[in-house]
Design a protein around this ligand. Structure first.
Ligand code: PLP
Length: 383
């Protein structure tokens, strides 16, 4: 007789996500969904046309396991042009099924039972699930609110590391806080990684979605770090095509080989017609305009929330703004669709500690008219 719940022990607690609950609630209450982090407009028309053309011209069978050469060349070119990082397109670049598969493959490649992975909380939800899938343990270091930003205590980072730690999982620009780690902070992370001989998995999917002239710094550019860092990027965020699931890894050959060993048994390959399209777009560098539009959307939402009396932290990058609602965030988010017809996500689900209990995440990667209507509705829930 099979047991009532066949789910393997290590995945218990990852059943129904808050995203599924809140999206269902959004539909049921006809709410504006500012929970989910995907844009409601399409990526650049040339990019879409290139994918259509690729389907028409026969790019529809399994691409090479490592990704098509044009895309690997474009990724290597992108890292060189923007960051002066050199990667060999034959052995140091890997195309994945979105950043999600890159993250999963890297974690599963490096951390197994008895191992630990250090993450910054709030953390992206797939990190916790993948660490659990691998049978490893996560150790969270809190990004503390400080005025209109977020900081971590380097001593807390040092304290989170044990002899079992295999890797530090970094995410900059950071979801959900919108923090861009600056050079000094990255130096602190790098110093600890070097001292303790740790790998760094660096999720940089928002690298081009920074605001106010801020620039993203890959941790692989810091002294001694290229050799121990797996850098992850994604076309989904860079080009506003989140459904395409084209991501990539750049790292030294021995790390790419390890990640690829896992990756080949997850999806093997994906996205044949999207790969040439993304290659063209990366070569053309056609992503500058997106951040400008997004910055205006950030201002619209953040100014509007502040005018309503909400305590909002203005993000430096990404799709998300955080509001401290000064009461239980899960309760607030469950009520919000009924009170105001808007859905948001309680950031508390991205924490192990109680530091995020009153924090709520709003996505602003939505059309200005949608944000304006959401703000009109949110008057009902103003403090
Ligand atoms: C969206 C997102 C991802 C997933 O990227 P895909 O390319 O869609 O798989 C990974 N990390 C963070 C922080 C994200 O916000």
């Amino acid at each position: 007789m099979p047991s009532a719940d066949p789910l393997v022990d290590r995945m218990r607690g990852f059943g129904t996500t808050i995203f599924a609950e809140m999206s269902a609630l959004a539909v049921r209450t006809d709410s504006i969904n500012l929970g989910q982090g995907f844009p409601d407009t399409d990526g650049p028309p040339e990019l879409l046309a290139a994918a259509v053309e690729a389907i028409r011209t026969g790019h529809n069978q399994y691409p090479p396991g490592i990704g098509i050469v044009e895309l690997r060349r474009a990724i290597a070119g992108h890292q060189r042009r923007h960051y002066d990082l050199d990667y060999d397109l034959e052995s140091e670049v890997l195309v994945t099924a979105g950043a999600t598969e890159a993250i999963a493959s890297a974690i599963l490649a490096f951390a197994g039972p008895g191992d630990e992975v250090v993450v910054f909380e709030p953390y992206y939800d797939s990190y916790a699930a993948c660490i659990a899938l691998g049978g490893a343990q996560r150790r969270a270091v809190t990004l503390e609110r400080s005025g209109n930003g977020w900081r971590f205590d380097p001593q807390a980072l040092t304290a989170a590391i044990s002899p079992r730690t295999k890797a530090i999982l970094l995410n900059t620009p950071h979801n959900p806080t919108g923090k861009v780690f600056d050079a000094a902070e990255l130096s602190q992370v790098a110093e600890i990684a070097r001292q303790r001989n740790l790998l760094v998995i660096s999720d940089e999917v928002y690298e081009h979605l920074t605001f106010d002239g801020r620039t993203h710094i890959p941790i692989a550019t810091l002294p001694g770090m290229r050799d121990r860092t797996v850098t992850i990027g994604s076309a989904g965020k860079t080009f506003s095509v989140t459904g395409w699931k084209i991501g990539w890894v750049t790292a030294p050959a021995r790390l790419v080989t390890a990640v690829r060993t896992v990756k080949q048994f997850l999806t093997y390959v994906s996205g044949a017609p999207f790969q040439p399209a993304v290659a063209q777009a990366l070569d053309a560098g056609s992503y500058g305009a997106l951040a400008g539009g997004l910055q205006q959307q950030r201002d619209l939402l953040c100014d509007g929330l502040a005018d309503l009396g909400f305590d909002v932290v203005r993000p430096e990058a990404t799709y998300f703004a955080t509001v401290d609602v000064q009461r239980d965030a899960v309760e607030f988010c469950r009520e919000l669709p009924h009170r105001a017809g808007v859905v948001a996500i309680p950031s508390s689900v991205f924490y192990d500690s109680s530091a995020g209990d009153t924090l709520v995440r709003f996505a602003f990667c939505k059309r200005p008219d949608v944000l304006a209507e959401a703000l009109r509705r949110l008057k009902e829930a103003a403090p």
